[in-house]
Design a protein around this ligand. Structure first.
Ligand SMILES: Cc1cc2nc3c(=O)[nH]c(=O)nc-3n(C[C@H](O)[C@H](O)[C@H](O)COP(=O)(O)OP(=O)(O)OC[C@H]3O[C@@H](n4cnc5c(N)ncnc54)[C@H](O)[C@@H]3O)c2cc1C
Length: 207
């Protein structure tokens, strides 16, 4: 088989695992390129502990080049366009051609699409979680709304927040339900908007 170029977009969990697996399985005559916009990889499951201050940023991040096997070319650039017909990807560092393409760019939250939610915090990205950590550490009282969007992950957040504050003596048992509002949101449709309206009503905002 002639030499092939495998282009992997996104150096998150998915991109790193695919790149490393392929490097192990394929002969070195095939080129593997990993494109990632950030120099460091942040381990998302630990964002919850970053949020509560139980991990420091440097404990949950590592330079991407240290996480990939040798023989993988890491390109630090932002992907701006994918041209499937021409088998070419445009990046902020120039165009890259490929024989095989892996898209592992993850997902992004779009809080601006829900009225009221743009003023909220999230623990979905490294940067956002650090802002949330700061806000929580400065929080002296009042109400906090925790949205639950399907699944168990955010329920876990609620439990962590409660136990953290309980341990820190910030709230006692009787205050807990008063301090934290839980809103069930569906991922799409009218319910999301209702969540946004509640956020505005309760004036849960950054400032
Ligand atoms: C708080 C939290 C806890 C979690 N806990 C768990 C858990 O316990 N178990 C579990 O299995 N999963 C957990 N997850 C989910 C898990 O982190 C994700 O499923 C996983 O990270 C998805 O991997 P991915 O490679 O698809 O995307 P990501 O890890 O999001 O990687 C996408 C990468 O693409 C890069 N990128 C995006 N756009 C561009 C662009 N235009 N140009 C260049 N690069 C770009 C990003 O910088 C990023 O590095 C958790 C997530 C969070 C937020």
């Amino acid at each position: 088989m002639s030499e092939k170029t495998i282009l992997i977009l996104g150096g998150g969990v998915g991109g790193i695992v695919v790149a490393n697996e392929l490097r192990q399985k394929l002969s070195r005559s095939h080129r593997i390129i990993l494109v990632e916009k950030n120099a460091d990889h942040a381990f998302a499951p630990s964002f919850l502990w970053l949020m509560t201050g139980e991990r420091r940023p440097e404990e949950i991040t590592a330079p991407l080049h240290r996480l990939v096997r040798s023989g993988i070319d890491v390109v630090r650039a932002e992907v701006t366009n994918i041209d499937i017909a021409r088998r070419q990807v445009r990046t902020t560092q120039g165009a890259l051609s490929y024989d095989y393409l892996v898209i592992a760019l993850g997902a992004e939250l779009a809080p601006k699409l829900i009225p009221g939610l743009e003023a909220s915090f999230s623990f979905y990205t490294f940067e956002e979680t650090q802002k949330l950590r700061k806000a929580l550490s400065e929080f002296m009282g009042g109400k906090i709304m925790v949205e639950i969007v399907l699944g168990e992950k955010k329920r876990k957040v609620l439990v962590i927040l409660q136990s953290d504050w309980f341990r820190a003596g910030r709230v006692d048992d009787s205050e807990m339900t008063d301090q934290i509002l839980v809103v069930q949101l569906e991922l799409a449709g009218g319910e999301s908007y209702r969540g946004g309206e509640i956020l505005i009503e309760k004036r849960v905002a950054r400032n």
